[in-house]
Design a protein around this ligand. Structure first.
Ligand SMILES: C[S@@+](CC[C@H](N)C(=O)[O-])C[C@H]1O[C@@H](n2cnc3c(N)ncnc32)[C@H](O)[C@@H]1O
Length: 295
């Protein structure tokens, strides 16, 4: 088992914010490998978990991980943007807590699904494999302007135009099929002095395409807003994001909810992992946690 599964991101802080919840339900809206849910079930013996994930594989892994708490958790494959429908189906109106731990999971990066450019994989990047839109379609079929916009906005990539020019040249010759092919195209589009930085030039482009394929930003807006509305008084919502676009959305939704007197902000600035956690689990480096309490 990987370290990531042993140490879910900011787990001490997540458990701390939930302290005071004595029973009822906590929705783990991104149950993933079940790491946070495991700790919640262990630390709060009266609490039950509703675990949601888009990815059927995640649901299977979480089920194995949580087995010892049989009867105290329910796992549902769904997007969290539909969490209201999920709760309605279960006959639950309000819950005591929500956790969103956004983004991809270690198993996405290691199971050949096109999220990683370290290995040769087909361009896929779907979290929910029943949907039709894939990274292949975005890279090979999207028109120039749309592709530039996505890479510029979702990747915050200032070389978007150069990258898209190269993608268009390549795909005219033959389709771009794999992650490595795409990574090399991006690499070659970068100005030579900037190709060898700490972060691979393809990182931002991959982030952008992943966000597009999974409609991530729109789903975060819908899911987090619905979460606030389904929290009981004094209930706690926590969101861990991994890049500035996500964090900005969460910050704005929380601020708006504060103005509407729905939410008290428990984190003026987002909480980030300490040095020790970053050493144990380097990908946690970019995590930001925001928490709020329902008024
Ligand atoms: C960082 S992982 C969560 C890890 C988990 N907290 C743990 O401790 O194992 C993020 C998970 O969220 C899922 N996910 C991302 N966007 C989603 C969405 N809109 N709805 C439901 N699940 C989503 C991904 O499939 C992935 O399994």
């Amino acid at each position: 088992m990987s370290q990531l599964e042993h140490y879910p991101v900011l787990h001490r802080e997540v458990i701390n914010f939930f302290k005071g919840i004595e029973g009822g339900y906590i929705v783990d809206a991104t149950v993933g490998g079940g790491g946070h849910s495991f700790l919640i079930l262990k630390n709060f013996p009266e609490v039950k978990i509703i675990g949601i994930d888009k990815d059927e594989y995640a649901i299977k892994i979480a089920d194995q991980k949580l087995k010892q708490f049989e009867g105290r958790y329910t796992l549902i494959q769904s997007s969290f943007k539909d969490l209201d429908a999920v709760l309605d189906q279960l006959g639950i109106r309000y819950v005591q807590g929500f956790l969103f731990d956004l983004g991809v999971s270690i198993y996405h990066l290691k199971t050949g699904r096109g999220f990683s450019f370290q290995r040769e994989e087909p361009l896929d990047m779907r979290m929910d494999r029943s949907q039709s839109l894939t990274a292949y379609h975005v890279v090979n079929r999207y028109p120039k302007n749309l592709l530039e916009k996505i890479i510029f906005e979702y990747g915050e990539e200032k070389f978007a135009k150069r990258i898209v020019k190269s993608i268009l040249e390549e795909r005219k010759k033959k389709p771009i099929e794999t992650t490595k092919q795409l990574a090399q195209i991006v690499y070659r589009s970068y100005p030579p002095p900037l190709r060898r930085g700490r972060i691979h030039p393809a990182t931002k482009t991959f982030q952008a395409i992943r966000i597009e394929v999974n409609d991530e930003l729109s789903e975060i807006k819908q899911g987090v807003s619905k979460g606030i509305d389904r929290l009981e008084k004094n209930g706690i919502i926590q969101v861990i994001s991994f890049h500035s676009l996500e964090d900005r959305i969460v910050k704005n939704i929380f601020r708006e909810a504060r103005k509407l007197k729905k939410l008290e902000l428990l984190t003026k600035k987002p909480i980030t992992p300490g040095e020790e956690e970053i050493k144990e689990n380097p990908p946690s480096r970019s995590a930001k946690l925001r928490a709020g309490k329902r008024i």
